[in-house]
Structure formats: C-alpha cells, structure tokens
Design a protein around this ligand. Sequence first.
Ligand code: SF4
Length: 402
Amino acid sequence: MLKVTAVHPDSIAAELGLQEGTQLLTVNGRELEDFLDWEFLTAEEEILLHVRQPDGEEIEYDIERPLGEPIGVSLEPARIRRCANRCDFCFVDGLPDGLRDVLYIRDDDYRLSFRYGNFATLTNLKPHDVDRIIEYRLSPLYVSVHATDPVVRRYLLRNPTAPDILPQLRQFADHGIDFHTQIVMSPGVNDGPVLRQTLDELYAFGPAILGCSVVPVGLTEYSKHHLVREPTEAECRAAIEVIDERSATARRERGRHWAYGADELYLRAGVELPPAEIYDDFEQVENGVGSVRWLQRRQNPDGGWGETCDSYIRPELAAAGASGPSQTAWALLGLLAAGVTSEPAVERGVQYLLATQRADGGWDDPLWNGTGFPRVFYLKYHLYATYFPLWALGVYRRARRK
Ligand code: SF4
C-alpha cells in the first residue's frame, strides 16, 4: 500500500477525487510496495486502480488515459533500504554527532540507484529484489564494486557474507541490465595490483559495464583513522597511470574511455585535470568524476551560469539557461572548492558577477532559484542573489591571495 501525500491540480488524480491520505492498494490486481511498482504498473494506457479513501471507502477506478500522461500524485517517501556493510571509510562515520537523523542513514538501495544514480553495493538484495530488478529491468544501476576479488571486497565492505560481485552482475546483465561502476580506492587494500585486476575484470566483463570510476577514499576528522587512511600523492599518481592504460585500450577497442579518475584523484596527485573528452558523456559527474570540466562546459558565453526549474523534469537541462547571479556563484564556488582558481572559466565567471553587480552592491536575479516542492511549486529566495555572489567573490579573493 502506498499513501498519497499530494494531488497535483488539474491531474487525472484530481479528477478522480484522490486526495491527501488516499491509500493506493493495487494496480491491475497487483499490490503496491513502493514507487517502483507505482511507476511501472501505471505505465500502461489502461489500468485498474483500487484505492481506499481517507474515510475508509474502497473504490476501484478503470482508467484510460493518453500514454505518458501522469496520474498526478505525490507519494509518501519510500523507506530507504539500509546498508549491510560497515566500511572503514563510511561517510556516516565521518560525520560529527548531533546532526539531523537522516544524515546518519547508511543507504544501500537499488531503487535509488536506478532512480537517482546513488551507488549501491547490492549486498543486501533478497531474492524478491533480484526478481524486481529483472522484471522492471532497472537499468542502468550504479554499483560500488571496489574490488572484484571477493576476499578483498568483503574486507573493504566489512561484510563476510557479501556475494561475489561478478556472478551477481552477470545474472542481471543476462537480462539486459547495464551498470556504471565505481571503485573507492583505499590505499594498501585495493590500489596497486588489486586496482589493475578489478579494472581488467570489469572491462573483460563486456559492454554491460558502461564504465568504472576510481574515487580516492575521503575522510574527515571523525573517520576511523586507526583503520583507514587517505592515499598519498604518489599513490594517486600510480592509480592515474593504471586508469590511463585501461582508458587508452578502451578508447581503441570500444570508442569510449570507460575508466575515469575522480577529480579528487587528480587534485590529490597534483596532476592537471584531464580534458572534458575523457569523461565520455559525463555519466558519473554526480560522483565527482569530471565535475570541473562539466561546469566549465556549461558556462555561458557571457561568463555566467544559469538553470531553470525545468531541470527537475528534464535533467539534461542541468546548468543550462540564461546566466543568473546565484547560479554563477554556485558554479564558481564549485570550481574554487576543487582548487581551480586561475583557469579562464573562473576569471570569466568573476567578471560576469562584477559586471552585473548593481550600484548598491546587490544583484538582480530574475530566476526562481529555490527548490520549493519540485514539480509542484517553486520558491524564490531573494537574498540568494546577494549572499552567494558575495560569498563566491570572497572565496575567489582569498584563493588568489594565497
Ligand atoms: S556501503 Fe559502506 S560506505 Fe556505503 S553506506 Fe554502507 S558502510 Fe557506508
């Protein structure tokens, strides 16, 4: 059963009389477990929907609608699937105490992997989950492999029952499912020969593995430093060499670079970031892989960056749109955080802000720059256009002084 949290105005759901609190029981006789069932089972033009209204009345609707027209409901968020591992480098261990509860959730959820590109280890799958992945053909999935050697992988995940990843991936690949993969590189454990072996075996797996990124382990002052450490400059350089070799072969044989280093790997190595072309279609940009080059590519000719709320519906519109002060400041802050202080993109972004600053020190921002309730309504935070540009210019100035 799924609960409706909002009904979109002028939608099919509004016309039917669904309301906040309506329970969605079945679609075409199948029980609804989560948003995946809802999205896949309601994808047909004709559906039989069985609901329980907040007053207890049960109703069955025979719905016919144009293909692609959404029913128009927001659903109660799915309960996130928890992780079965205890990696020494876990980002949750790297948090201080006293933050919001949700920040401590160790998520490992194949549904979020499919929907949002979250990386999952697939170590907590039950037979029912395997069946769903195959039935709904959840592809591509984003998978944290870390090492193809099962012993090393179990050590890294601190999970003695983690299944052997290659046969697991094969089971899905045989049903047409593809994967983006990542290796979180923990020095002394899965770098060196293990890294080479993992990249070789993932590449040999075949085209179902669309690519593999290598991300250096990232720790904070709260992490388990007695168990894990960050890679040195030399270790990062050695990893880049392995990636470059694999990438050169992949480019020749498959027309893709396939193996990617995270931006962080280059920054730690003290090696210049590679050109944008090596990231193929920037499929792992949200994993910090090619983020700097992606931002640079999205810069407008006037030196600014822009984005509209349409990118919630069409992700390809991310960082695309007329320049605005808030978005330009965010892009600059991103580049500066990555240590990019003197590239032309930064200079042009700074010049855009300086050129558009009003005499009173503020900026005009015509864009709706707040998230609000995506797809339902959006908010505008008027002071964003003041403090983010000031913040970005301040960080730029400090960085240039160093
Ligand atoms: S897989 Fe590892 S890093 Fe990810 S949530 Fe679980 S313990 Fe943390």
